[in-house]
Design a protein around this ligand. Sequence first.
Ligand SMILES: C[S@@+](CC[C@H](N)C(=O)[O-])C[C@H]1O[C@@H](n2cnc3c(N)ncnc32)[C@H](O)[C@@H]1O
Length: 243
Amino acid sequence: MGFTLNSVVPWGRSFEEYVAMFDMTDEDLALRILGCGDGPSSFNSGMNKRGYTAISIDPIYQFGVEQIGKRIEETYGDIMEQLNNNREDYIWDTIKSVEELGKVRMSAMREFLADYEKGKQQWRYLADSLPSLQFADGQFDLALCSHFLFLYTKQLSFEFHHMAIAEMCRVAKEVRIFPLLDMEGLPSPYVAKILKELQRSGYTVEVQKVPYEFQRGGNQMIKIRASNIENTDMENRDVLLSC
Ligand SMILES: C[S@@+](CC[C@H](N)C(=O)[O-])C[C@H]1O[C@@H](n2cnc3c(N)ncnc32)[C@H](O)[C@@H]1O
């Protein structure tokens, strides 16, 4: 069965949240960046406004602006109710209340919707899905994944995660994934296993604390780099990835 919009609960974070979640410096922002599963976040729009370049992929980009906008309206109330019921799972210091959170998220999603059609024409929003991407080896300097991998530990297998991360490593020199928690706020059991597999395949892997914590305990990302990437030709990289 194909991907349907009804299976998605669109919820998008802001450019500023991405910068904090991935601890990005000005030098990082100037890199060729791929956002995997960016959905209705305003990351891509924020990058573009500031003169930087990012390509975002997500299966929802096969749909038009009206369809995505309608789905956001349809699901907003349910998400707010769930957040209200689970308030204690989050830290309310930067964002002070569920109401304020709703405003922040809606503002990010409105910015996304306003940018979406122009961004599609400029090939900044591409319909594509992990674990198999349309890009060439090493096409990006940095690939990011916010609130998709590890978050859906219950729904997506270890094999899916392993293949998806190997694919991100194929298309980018460095990969960052945030958070390392599942939907229940528990550390994903996949993280340790993935780190071990990647290290065995010759990657340098680092768990790094970041200046962002909203889901309680969700303040770490993983950073993955091919060891001595400059000296690694593509033939050797394929061997590294075939773990
Ligand atoms: C919780 S949202 C996160 C959106 C955004 N990254 C953020 O942090 O605000 C998860 C996103 O993953 C996308 N997604 C679902 N399956 C995917 C796949 N196979 N590959 C890439 N993205 C996928 C969904 O469409 C959705 O937009």
